[in-house]
Design a protein around this ligand. Sequence first.
Ligand code: NDP
Length: 445
Amino acid sequence: MQQVQDVLNALSEKYPNEKEFHQSVTEVFEDVIPFIDGNDDIQNFNILERLSEPDRIIQFRVTWQNQKGDIEVNRGWRVQYNNALGPYKGGLRFHPSVKLDTLKFLGFEQTFKNALTGLNMGGGKGGADFNPKGRSDADVMSFCQAFMMELYRHIGPNTDVPAGDIGVGAREIGYMFGAYKKITGRFEGVLTGKNPISGGSLIRKEATGYGTVYFLENALHHAGDNLHNKRCIISGAGNVALYTAEKLIQKGAKVISLSDSKGSLYIKEGLTQEQLVEIITEKEINRGSLNQYHEQQNVGEYRAGQEPWDIEADIAVPAATQNEIDAAEAQSLAKNGVKWVAEAANMPTTAKGVKALKEGGVVLLPAKAVNAGGVSVSGLEMAQNSQYLSWTSEEVDQKLKDIMQNIHDNCVEHSLAKTGIDYAQGANIAGFKKVVDAMKAYGTL
Ligand code: NDP
């Protein structure tokens, strides 16, 4: 369609090096063509061009002193992508690979994901090229404090509410919230993923992983199937991967692989709950690796430097980072019996990967629907903070289940596939429609 092509061409010309951003915009805009077709308002309100520019990008220098006394400099960003539906909301990523391109793609994705949750949240993303790995707690604290010295003036409970992402967990959120409180003198819901003792929601830590499994379960039920005894391969061994694994085991599925940045662990018979608790301790508390866990406990087969996509399985859950599954990995998944890919990470599948999965008969459950459980419970955390109350785990978990079911049903309702369900297109159309309706109501601003 010419309208879409024109906007995508202009984007390539303006930002020739922003490949990930271009990839995510292309994926959404191409999927929503049937909705745009015949809908003159999209052109009249110039919606596509407006949606392909973030509302605001804030970039800053973070200068901080490490424990040895050296002064270090990092780059920090906050991309306030779109607040048509509520305050900007989305995680902070601390990883050496972080660059503006990545944060723009993540902010764009987040805008539509947040729309799908049905909660009042706009989209944003931020982070820094700081690597917390291998750093002492004192170094991480100094960095987080210096980062917040800049960020605090741009965020607020009704403006922009960041959360965690890769490299930003409860420890980092704690240091940043402490710094915000100290600088402003205000104890308010400005970050989510806080420790429950400081106003964090119960189940927030587990929410993205649990939500992934709830979505997957809904999709399997819709196809007349269930999770029992399904062999699942998961990439990553961080927040999302570990709590996806926990819920899968609780649901009677077999988690036969996890991975981290150094390699993967293959456990043919499936991880037990006890082994998973040991791994959570190794990764979350000791900040160790799967290899160290394997060497200490002699569990499974350790595959140095290898991803899990060549292992025979029924379900694959990429839960590490973007662009993990390209055409070759997708073909390998299909060849090894995988029938479902649930994207728990953001944009883990390339465009070629998506095509190869389709050709191999694998159903793709897209990230913006599958992993929306995390931001949903963040939204619930904001609601609890604004009322100065805390809901029980059961209450939060039930709300999370309901939200994931609604997102699933919304994807099914908006899929235009003639056979089966095109979950990716369903999610894109449903999210896009909501954001567009809100933007139209505001006029040209
Ligand atoms: P974590 O930092 O907790 O874990 C990331 C995991 O992936 C780690 O095991 C890490 O290895 C591995 N990893 C990271 N980058 C790479 C890479 N380039 N190559 C190989 N392995 C890698 O992050 P999260 O679990 O929070 O996030 C994972 C994904 O889920 C991201 O795409 C994130 O955007 C998405 N997401 C997260 C949400 C959340 O609530 N946290 C919400 C929605 C989406 P190692 O252990 O060796 O560091």
